[in-house]
Write a protein that binds this ligand. Structure first.
Ligand SMILES: *[C@@H]1O[C@H](CO)[C@@H](O)[C@H](O)[C@H]1NC(C)=O
Ligand SMILES: *[C@@H]1O[C@H](CO)[C@@H](O)[C@H](O)[C@H]1NC(C)=O
Ligand SMILES: *[C@@H]1O[C@H](CO)[C@@H](O)[C@H](O)[C@H]1NC(C)=O
Ligand SMILES: *[C@@H]1O[C@H](CO)[C@@H](O)[C@H](O)[C@H]1NC(C)=O
Ligand SMILES: *[C@@H]1O[C@H](CO)[C@@H](O)[C@H](O)[C@H]1NC(C)=O
Length: 708
């Protein structure tokens, strides 16, 4: 207490002394007093301060106290400064927000003790050679927010003690490594907000002591592999708000001492395998506010022994983090994932992080079922930040509930894949000759597999490659060198043993949207049994095929038609559980991406019923057949309109036993087609492809007649 009082007394005494001593000399409109002052290396001192800020000065005051240590001239209209040599002890001069248009108009003279010089927010356009000739101890130079478009190679000659240089917000279009040859001790360099067209290799080579580099808001689209060469001591780098479309991973391998990496606000679409790998000192990574980021792929972050914090927040499309996205991150404590488009966080992701303490997952559209189930099993020691903002967005019965309040036993253990609507837009435009990536990711339990169907109906499996496309194992479909041929609708199918989800994206090339081909659809009957038949059709293209069948006989019109919805690459269907010796009409409609469709119907009569023994055998064969083809079937009742959000169900043996697990999931209205093989009406006709009743207006024959 006494010590503090004494200190205060001394301070006020010092102020009085300075005031009285300098009273005669303190310039009009200024205040002269002792003030706390921090050196560039943050050492605290008391400094004799002359504060002429915002005093309407158009020139320096006539006489300044010779003991001045800090001279504040901010926000005036000063254009010229003449020799200040008599201020032998001055350590800081602030000339920011004045009317200086050339550094040569600021003749400071020889100021051996000057450490800090502020000239930001003036009208300076150029820095000529040795622009600050006699400031051998200068440590900080702020010349940001000027109009500098040109810096001579030796502009900073004589500033060998400089630690901090702020050049941001100027008009530089290139960075010259020769500037830095005169700044061997520089630790902090701010270059942001300069319209630099591109950086080049070795751009910063002489800056072996640089610790922090800020390259924010420069519209950088890429970093050359050797751009960061020589920055052996760099600890922090910011690429905030640039146009990087991928992680500059090769460039980053050159800065082995990096601890803090800020890639926020760049249009990166995927964090890919190996993007952040073997960075032995990285502590914190920021990948926030990325408008295009969809996915963090498997092994995206690998072997980062010191990493303690990942921030990946406010990414409006980030809907998928691979269960094995993070590998060998032994120290990771904090995982910030709030405000993304994540429907889940896989248990595997969290279990792969041995030191994880806290996760923020709130403000995501969480789907409260299988994938997130582990969160409520109380087996994890991880703390969820802001749990009050962690809500279920789906399924509907839990919508709006706190995730932590849904008992895990109420969540299903297995569930349908669901393709995130934010990962894949409905339409994508691409210029002729350019490439485009279509990202499809889905959470489900078991982990879904993904394939794509092209507009021509080809099924593209993970790892498939052609001269026009490549499908990444993670689910991304890359389309190269687009021409009108490639325009059309691409459908992603994600499936696991429970079911499947599909979503289509229309790719237009130079605004050309594929038209439906005029080739008419033809439906053929390929085999007929007593309780089933197979049809196939030949039309390529289209988004989806819809198939329906009903009994054609008069009087049977009350029977509901049955409908199946199939992905575009399925061109054959096995219609089962039919009545024997009955005439059916089956119609196939293929809808294409620009509204339009083509349709064809065929009539077919099932065979006479076989003997019971034969029947059993027949059913076995049927089950085998349906295993072989991947069918997606949606029941009659499910609205046709909801394509894209709609879920579907694999038609496979044993499937109907899983019905119960779907509960009220809205798009899973699918059921096995519950169409009882009704009482068998035997009739005489037993040719291979029996005709329909000749009385029928649409009667056909020989494998089914095409209706007009
Ligand atoms: C400059 O500071 C030194 C001690 O730091 C002091 O002895 C000297 O008088 C000061 N010079 C002026 C002009 O005040
Ligand atoms: C600022 O300086 C320029 C010359 O460099 C002069 O023409 C202009 O009048 C000055 N502006 C003001 C507001 O004094
Ligand atoms: C970056 O591009 C935007 C849009 O073209 C432009 O407004 C901005 O001035 C540019 N910034 C720089 C530093 O070049
Ligand atoms: C998990 O723990 C919380 C609080 O510790 C408790 O309220 C909740 O009922 C537990 N849930 C289960 C499924 O045990
Ligand atoms: C079957 O589908 C076709 C084409 O979509 C449609 O025109 C027809 O009315 C449908 N038949 C029945 C019985 O619903």
């Amino acid at each position: 207490m006494a010590a503090v009082a004494r200190l205060l007394a001394e301070l006020s005494l010092a102020a009085v002394v300075l005031a009285s001593e300098g009273a005669a000399r303190c310039p009009a409109l200024c205040r002269c007093e002792m003030r706390p002052w921090f050196s560039p290396s943050s050492v605290y001192a008391e400094a004799a301060t002359v504060d002429c800020n915002d005093a309407g000065l158009s020139a320096l005051p006539e006489r300044l106290p010779s003991g001045t240590q800090v001279l504040l001239l901010q926000t005036n209209n000063i254009g010229h400064v003449d020799a200040l040599d008599h201020l032998a002890n001055v350590t800081e001069i602030d000339l920011s927000q004045n009317n200086i248009s050339s550094v040569s108009d600021v003749r400071l003279g020889s100021l051996a003790r000057l450490l800090s010089l502020h000239m930001e927010e003036n009208w300076i356009q150029e820095l000529t050679d040795s622009c600050l000739p006699s400031l051998p101890n200068l440590q900080e130079f702020y010349i940001n927010h000027n109009l500098i478009f040109s810096i001579n190679p030796a502009a900073f000659r004589g500033l060998s003690r400089l630690l901090r240089l702020h050049l941001n917000s100027n008009r530089l279009t290139s960075i010259n490594s020769r500037w830095f040859e005169h700044l061997p001790n520089l630790e902090i360099l701010m270059l942001g907000e300069n319209p630099v067209i591109e950086l080049s290799d070795m751009n910063f080579k002489p800056l072996a002591n640089l610790r922090s580099l800020v390259l924010a808001k420069m519209n950088l689209t890429e970093m050359p592999d050797d751009a960061l060469d020589g920055l052996e001591n760099l600890e922090s780098i910011s690429f905030f708000d640039n146009l990087l479309s991928r992680v500059p991973r090769a460039a980053l391998t050159k800065v082995q001492n990096l601890k803090f990496l800020d890639l926020n606000k760049n249009p990166i679409e995927r964090i890919q395998r190996g993007d952040f790998m073997d960075m032995m000192h990285l502590k914190e990574l920021g990948i926030n506010s990325m408008p295009e980021l969809v996915s963090i792929d498997s092994f995206a972050l690998n072997n980062l022994p010191e990493l303690t914090k990942i921030e990946a927040t406010t990414n409006p499309r980030l809907s998928y983090i691979h269960p094995r996205a993070f590998h060998n991150l032994p120290r990771l404590e904090t995982l910030m994932l709030n405000s993304n488009a994540l429907s889940a966080l896989h248990r595997g992701t969290v279990e792969s992080l041995p030191n994880l303490r806290e996760v923020s997952l709130h403000s995501n559209p969480i789907r409260c079922d299988c994938v997130i189930r582990w969160v409520n099993m109380n087996r994890t020691a991880v703390r969820f930040m802001e749990p009050d903002s962690l809500f279920c967005a789906e399924p509907p019965e839990y919508q709006g509930q706190h995730v932590r309040q849904v008992h895990f036993r109420e969540m299903t253990e297995i569930c349908l894949p669901l393709i995130s609507p934010s990962s894949l837009p409905n339409r994508v435009q691409v210029s002729e000759g350019r490439s485009v990536s279509l990202h499809c990711r889905a959470f489900g339990e078991p982990e879904p597999e993904i394939f794509w169907v092209t507009p021509s109906g080809d099924r593209v499996l993970p790892g498939s490659v052609s001269d026009k496309y490549y499908m990444h194992p993670e689910g991304t479909f890359d389309l190269y060198d687009a021409t009108e041929q490639e325009a059309g609708s691409y459908t992603c199918v994600a499936h696991n043993l429970v079911g499947a989800d599909l979503k289509s994206v229309t790719v237009s090339v130079d605004r050309y949207v594929a038209r439906r081909s005029n080739q008419p659809l033809q439906v053929y009957v390929t085999s007929v049994q007593s309780h089933s038949f197979k049809v196939s059709w030949d039309r390529a293209g289209g988004l989806v095929s819809r198939l329906n069948w009903s009994i054609l006989a008069p009087g049977s019109s009350l029977l509901m038609p049955l409908t199946a919805r199939l992905p575009a690459d399925v061109k054959e269907y096995h219609v089962k559980r039919l009545r024997a010796s009955t005439c059916y009409r089956v119609c196939v409609e293929v809808s294409a991406a620009p509204p339009g469709y083509s349709m064809d119907c065929v009539d077919v009569t099932t065979k006479e019923a076989a003997t019971p023994r034969g029947k059993t055998k027949n059913w076995d064969g049927l089950v085998m057949a349906s295993c072989a083809v991947f069918f997606i079937v949606v029941a009659v009742a499910s609205g046709w309109g909801g394509w894209g959000v709609g879920g579907s169900v694999v038609d496979q043996p044993g499937f109907s036993t899983l019905d119960a697990t779907f509960r009220a999931w809205p798009f899973v209205t699918a059921t096995e087609l519950k169409y009882d093989p009704l009482e068998e009406v035997s009739r005489s006709a037993s040719s291979l492809f029996p005709r329909c009743d000749p009385e029928s207006p649409h009667g056909g024959g020989g494998g089914g007649g095409h209706t007009p």
